[in-house]
Design a protein around this ligand. Sequence first.
Ligand SMILES: [Mg+2]
Length: 219
Amino acid sequence: MMIDWKKIDTVLLDMDGTLLDLNFDNHFWKEFVPLKFAQLNNISINLAKQQLEPQFKSMEGTLEWYCLDYWSDALALDIAGLKSEISGLIAVLPHVIEFLEKLQQSSQKVMLVTNAHRDSLDLKMETTCLQPFFNTIISSHDLGFPKEDSRFWQLLEQSYPFNKKTTLLIDDSFSVLNAAKLFGIAHLISVSKPDSSQPKKTVIDYSAIEDFRELMIGL
Ligand SMILES: [Mg+2]
């Protein structure tokens, strides 16, 4: 058994790459945005990719990286509008609904804790109908720091009190798990297949699930 559910009373769940297929975001940023950027600037897609890659890279792990307004300004594209254009690609990962239903029947407090911008979060909740499964939905933009930053966790604890020792965080990002670990969250689990179109990731530092059936034992 990967988790002793008797020791947990709060479950913090990441959205993209944990509950939802990262294929949408990967496709959006790596293919669809470069295509639209190329059309707007009358350049080739390859050149657009070359120009965008270092821009994306330099913002990784910052709140701006997750901010649709920032990228709309920086690239002169309607990023939120483009996201809804391909919203058909938004998909829930296998066995997530079963897991959330089981959590709902349990006494666990369930919080969605995401770096996604409110516009992106709203679009994804509208598309997937997952909203009712959560007691609370938190976007790191509301707190002013990304989940990779220790200040996010301090502010989260102040705003939505939880006991670090009895809290489980499931997140596909290692930098987020590292920050949560440093803050003192006792139970941490990673995801080895955040993008259904990519091969399984090797995870060394954390226990990792391939899908949520592995966590349903004992829940
Ligand atoms: Mg994620």
